[in-house]
Design a binder for this molecule. Structure first.
Ligand SMILES: Cc1cc2nc3c(=O)[nH]c(=O)nc-3n(C[C@H](O)[C@H](O)[C@H](O)COP(=O)(O)O)c2cc1C
Length: 374
């Protein structure tokens, strides 16, 4: 006799007491579903890119950097980029109207203790709707991150926290994050050394939020390897309420991407073979800021191949300094995600948002139609 198949638990949106409301629509009323967020990519994204994304119904992020020292060049530049975003969004005449963009900060810098004195005033002056935080240091002083989140909340900012594993997601929720970005290891740029792919990470973070934070309306977002409507639809199917794309926007004309690098990205295929996740890239660039918790994914180029072949680190670092002066991209690091093979043309940011959103809708509708055969 055939075994009886048990009736599965009904799937619904997250929340034990009924579906959790997707707060993104409240915080960003002009954003359109399915929500697409552009990543705050330091050195690549900027106020123009973020504003164009938001204008097209996405949610744009402006990178704010990691240096919170007084007079930090990154913070000065952030102010200028937020001014540009306000112009593009047509809100210059309404200086107290929140900007429908976010600002992304990297936390693993020794100057983090000065965040409230240096970064917060700039945020309060320019009023981005949200602040995105990523990569607290391994040895962060107890309560420091929680204090920063509390200070951001006290000034009315929505707090987005990007994490790469379930433990870090739990900590971000405990610290008060409103939005958790679950960043899988397909992601471009820096990420958790100890992480997993979005297919496992997003559902496990979702279950953790259901089990441990059912009284909170924490928004769950997916990042890492998302480059088209199919992957946005997949992120939604996994339980995410929005999808972040970084790599897809690096080639947009608004991004600060040198043409040689744009060409390299557009020509690179098969991300599993052509990119690697490694801590070598930071060693190569002589950067110690990221510490032991984070590494990064980039295109496998000569520096990585020479390293694997045994070139001493000092010689690699010498070549890096030389290439930085000459702009030789073959000797520099190009951070991209494993989805790079699907980044085929350099469209304006607004076109990317509109096309990917439409593709995602079509994909979801197709699956809904196909479900009549189930
Ligand atoms: C060039 C580049 C720079 C990045 N810089 C930052 C950053 O400054 N802050 C941050 O939180 N994440 C940064 N990231 C990671 C993104 O937030 C995001 O997780 C990633 O782009 C998602 O994966 P994808 O590139 O496959 O779309 C960067 C990613 C790239 C590719």
């Amino acid at each position: 006799m055939m075994a009886q198949v048990g009736k599965p638990k009904e799937i619904q949106a997250r929340g034990k007491n009924g579906p959790v409301k997707n707060m993104l629509k409240e915080w960003f009323p002009k954003a359109q579903s399915p929500f697409i967020i552009s990543a705050p990519m330091l050195g690549v994204a900027n106020g123009s890119l973020a504003a164009e994304v938001s204008k097209a119904g996405g949610i744009g992020m402006v990178p704010g950097g990691l240096d919170f020292n007084p007079g930090s060049a990154q913070l000065v530049a952030l102010g200028a980029e937020l001014t540009k975003a306000r112009e593009i969004l047509g809100l210059v005449d309404q200086p107290r109207e929140p900007l429908p963009v976010g600002v992304g900060f990297i936390l693993c810098h020794e100057s983090l203790t000065q965040f409230e004195e240096t970064a917060l005033p700039i945020l309060k002056e320019h009023l981005p709707r949200a602040v995105w935080l990523f990569a607290p240091p391994a040895d962060a002083e107890d309560g420091l991150v929680r204090g920063i989140i509390a200070a951001l909340h006290a000034s009315g900012f929505v707090v987005i926290f990007q994490v790469g594993n379930v433990a870090a997601a739990r900590q971000a929720a405990l610290d008060g994050a409103d939005v958790i970005v679950a960043q899988g290891i397909d992601a471009g740029g820096h990420q958790f050394v100890r992480g997993s792919g979005v297919v496992t990470l997003v559902p496990e973070v979702m279950s953790m939020l259901e089990d441990e934070f059912s009284d909170r309306e924490i928004v769950l977002v997916a990042a890492g390897g998302i480059v088209d409507g199919r992957s946005v639809a997949a992120a939604l199917a996994l339980g995410a309420e929005a999808a972040v794309m970084g790599t897809k926007f690096i080639v947009a004309p608004e991004a600060w991407t040198p043409d040689a690098r744009r060409k390299l990205i557009l020509e690179t295929k098969d991300g599993g073979v052509s990119t690697a996740k490694s801590s070598f890239y930071d060693q190569f660039q002589n950067s110690t800021v990221w510490g032991e918790l984070y590494d990064g994914r980039a295109i496998i180029g000569d520096p990585y191949l020479d390293h694997v072949a045994g070139l001493p680190l000092e010689e690699s670092q010498r070549r890096f300094l030389e290439a930085r002066d000459t702009g030789d991209v073959s000797q520099l690091i190009t951070w991209v995600g494993a989805g790079v093979g699907l980044v085929k043309d350099a469209k304006p940011a607004a076109d990317i948002v509109n096309e990917v959103r439409e593709e995602a809708k079509q994909r979801v509708r197709y699956l809904a139609r196909a479900s009549s055969d189930f």
